[in-house]
Ligand binder design. Structure first.
Ligand SMILES: [Zn+2]
Length: 326
């Protein structure tokens, strides 16, 4: 979560790397945008407060940059600031926006631009609600609201042994928004770590990956999953033994099921031993206790997390390097 200190740091020391870059000529923007959208986004314009009648409404949705489609905000972070401009406490991704010092109109403010196409969006102020304390004050004309996240943000759920290790791998992949450790596939409601570790609840330690399908596709995620754990050892990863460490892909629709089976089929000839990865429908994902998140980042010297990689899949691992965040 970004705080005011992070924002000031970006203004002073440079902005985060964007997920991608879109560059167009002025003439091209003019052609693609309405006059008002062009004035706001390409000429640093500000719309009149109250322009967007929906800025006090909170329908579920995703807000993208009207120029380039970059994912900016989730309606879950929207709040009624009383200003007449759509207001948010946090962007979806920490690198979605670039921050610049703006001393126009006799004030020093922090301007927000789309980090992908440099569209002017609005400003950010340190007087928003807790916990971030931020108020992203946006022009509605710079945003496009999508009623459903389908096609923009999707999720994948995989089990491949200790979720501390698998979380660490996917966090570094470009297009991955967040990775949450959790449990799935068992019989007990709201299981605890201790209960899952008993091996008696039927749950697997899993991760839920939230990703942008425009930047990384489901098949690539499966390939990363399948080549960064050992899918040939039944209920076992390295020293970890038990059904909670089983290799599994939880699909959420028929397309995911199809791609999972295809990818397993494709890899079957590469491993010497048969692949034992289960492909099951996801009934429910239970997030793990919060102290598990970012375990690897919090314990960099912990010897526990060591990846077991078949030498034969090293070529796939090399291909994965290209998918890493820069
Ligand atoms: Zn943009």
């Amino acid at each position: 979560m970004l705080t005011w200190n992070d924002i000031l740091n970006y203004v002073k020391n440079g902005n985060p790397e964007p997920p991608r870059v879109v560059i167009r000529s002025d003439a091209e923007w003019k052609e693609r945008l309405t006059d008002e959208q062009y004035r706001i986004t390409r000429q640093h314009g500000t719309e009149a407060p109250g322009t967007d009648q929906s800025c006090t409404r909170f329908e579920p949705g995703i807000y993208t940059c009207v120029c380039c489609g970059n994912i900016l905000f989730d309606s879950e972070q929207k709040f009624d600031s009383g200003t007449g401009w759509p207001s948010f406490t946090q962007p979806v991704l920490e690198n979605a926006i670039r921050y610049l010092s703006d001393d126009s109109h006799g004030m020093i403010r922090v301007e927000c631009e789309c980090n992908v196409c440099q569209a002017h969006l609005g400003h950010v102020f340190p007087d928003g609600p807790a916990p971030s304390g931020l108020r992203y004050c946006m022009n509605s004309g710079a945003l496009e609201r999508h009623t459903s996240a389908q096609g923009l943000i999707e999720t994948a759920v995989f089990g491949g042994g200790c979720f501390w290790c698998t979380e660490a791998i996917f966090k570094n992949i470009n297009g991955v928004i967040k990775v949450e450790p959790g449990y799935a596939g068992g019989t007990l409601n709201d299981p605890t770590y201790k209960e899952v570790c008993s091996g008696l609840t039927g749950h697997a330690e899993v991760i839920r990956i939230t990703y942008e399908p425009q930047l990384i596709d489901y098949a690539s995620l499966i390939r990363i999953h399948m080549t960064t754990h050992d899918p040939t050892t039944l209920n076992k990863q390295g020293n970890d033994t038990g059904t909670q460490y089983r290799s599994i892909i939880f699909y959420q629709n028929e397309q995911q099921k199809k791609e999972a089976l295809e990818e397993i089929n494709h890899l079957a000839g590469i491993y010497e031993d048969p692949i034992v990865t289960e492909v099951q429908p996801l009934v429910r994902f239970y997030p793990a206790e919060t102290y598990h998140s970012d375990y690897f980042a919090k314990h960099p010297n912990e010897p526990y997390c060591q990846f077991v990689i078949e030498p034969k899949v090293s070529k796939y691992r090399k291909a994965l390097a290209q998918l890493q965040k820069k």
